[in-house]
Design a protein around this ligand. Structure first.
Ligand SMILES: [Zn+2]
Length: 425
């Protein structure tokens, strides 16, 4: 018996010993928050899949004591998650407005025109590049999910179905296809091999080219208690402090940063090659670093209270829903975003507390939320069933959604926003 059990134990020990930082390789020992087990959040079971099981993975988040990168271990290969990705970026109106403004701003600030070249990694369905195309600026999208890339090509956005990294960047550089502007929106968090990806971005830039990256800001995640933005598809969570370390390691200099409202508070980081003299470092960089230092994100103290804060949110939300259930109120959800999987699993909320949800995405309608199997319907269902409460799962779009659904007031319906803490409107 000893012969068979010993090697198994050794294997487990090795796995623990091998937990290392995705960026700097230091050992990971400090827990940021442990959200328990959760299924992959972008796999929506269909009716035919209802009697099959789903795989759950731990959502245990660590913070690296050396570089302050907050991170999840990778449990599923990126190919598995992203090859038939359900997220079509074009569905939100406010997001599209944000993207159009980005394109006009970048074209003006960096004097982009017909002779320029703009590349975007994880270009999704062409939601962003379409605005550069309208301005006559040559573009290339790089998108690994074939079904999503197809939608981009159909709307006239040239798109390469590939994973991005140094291999593809070197091929493009060898063909003389380096870019004046490289955009990466909400992709950095989803990259398992962070160093290969950022090195690739550096290779893809022209000598004075500009890289912009948008990602949720760790400072806001902590302040606003946005724990549901932690899910398996997001491997890393960035402060500006950790981002600068990563950029510098790959020969890039961060010269400006915008603080954005999108996704509950994001950063747009502007970087260029460290050798470029064209772009002056703007005061905003020092300002954001100052905010992060004030929140102690450059030392362990800044990371210690988050887990307790998250637990408090769970207790308040579950309290509210249990009371509503006892009073016989009908509760529906709105939206089926990836983040709802984390919220619902961590809080232990199922169909008994939220009857159904609705979503504008045709892909999701008629399917079920992962794990909880809460059914997803067309938004008309709300008008038909007249629930007492509508829980807004994509709380970052709450203003837009409350406007669209203002009609629930006719029957006394009210909105529930779960994050940063339960609020009823
Ligand atoms: Zn590290």
């Amino acid at each position: 018996m000893t012969m068979t059990t010993t090697p198994v134990l050794q294997k487990v020990d090795l796995q623990i010993a091998n937990k290392t930082c995705r960026f700097c390789g230091a050992g990971l020992e400090r827990t940021f928050v442990d959200l328990g087990m959760s299924p992959l959040c972008e796999t929506y079971p269909s009716v035919a899949e209802l009697n099959q099981g789903e795989v759950y993975y731990p959502l245990h988040v660590y913070v690296c004591d050396r570089c302050w990168l907050v991170q999840l271990e990778e449990y599923e290969s990126a190919e598995n998650i992203f090859s038939d990705y359900a997220y079509f970026a074009s569905y939100s109106d406010s997001w599209l407005k944000h993207c159009e403004k980005y394109c006009t701003d970048m074209a003006a600030r960096f004097a982009l025109g017909k002779g320029s070249f703009v590349a975007e990694v994880a270009s999704n369905d062409g939601y962003l590049l379409q605005y550069f195309v309208r301005m006559g600026i040559p573009v290339l999208g790089i998108e690994p999910a074939a079904n999503v890339a197809k939608a981009a090509i159909e709307k006239g956005v040239p798109t390469l179905v590939r994973f991005f990294g140094t291999k593809l960047a070197k091929e493009m550089a060898a063909e003389g296809r380096c870019a004046d502007l490289v955009a990466g929106n909400n992709v950095l968090a989803q990259v398992p091999d962070l160093n290969d990806f950022v090195e690739g971005l550096s290779i893809l830039l022209k000598p004075d080219g500009v890289l912009t990256l948008e990602f949720p800001h760790l400072l806001r995640l902590i302040e606003q208690n946005e724990f549901d933005t932690i899910y398996h598809e997001h491997f890393s969570y960035f402060s500006l402090i950790s981002t600068i370390k990563i950029m510098e390691a790959h020969g890039l200099r961060v010269f400006d940063v915008d603080e954005l409202k999108s996704h509950g508070g994001s950063l747009r980081v502007y970087a260029c090659r460290a050798s470029s003299r064209k772009h002056m470092t703007e005061p905003a960089v020092q300002k954001v670093i100052g905010d992060e230092v004030a929140a102690k994100l450059d030392r362990t103290e800044g990371y210690n209270d988050f887990a307790g804060q998250v637990k408090e949110t769970k207790l308040a939300l579950v309290d509210f829903l249990l009371t509503a259930a006892r009073e016989g109120k009908r509760v529906a959800g709105y939206g089926a975003p990836g983040k709802s999987a984390t919220l619902l699993h961590y809080c232990g909320i199922g169909k008994d507390l939220i009857e159904y949800t609705v979503d504008r995405s045709l892909y999701k309608q008629g399917r079920y939320l992962p794990g909880t199997r809460i059914p997803i319907f067309h938004p008309d269902r709300i008008q038909q069933t007249k629930p007492d409460y509508v829980v807004i799962l994509p709380w970052n779009l709450k203003d837009e959604i409350m406007k669209q659904l203002a009609f629930i007031r006719e029957w006394g319906g009210r909105f529930v926003v779960p994050i940063p803490k339960v609020a009823v409107y």
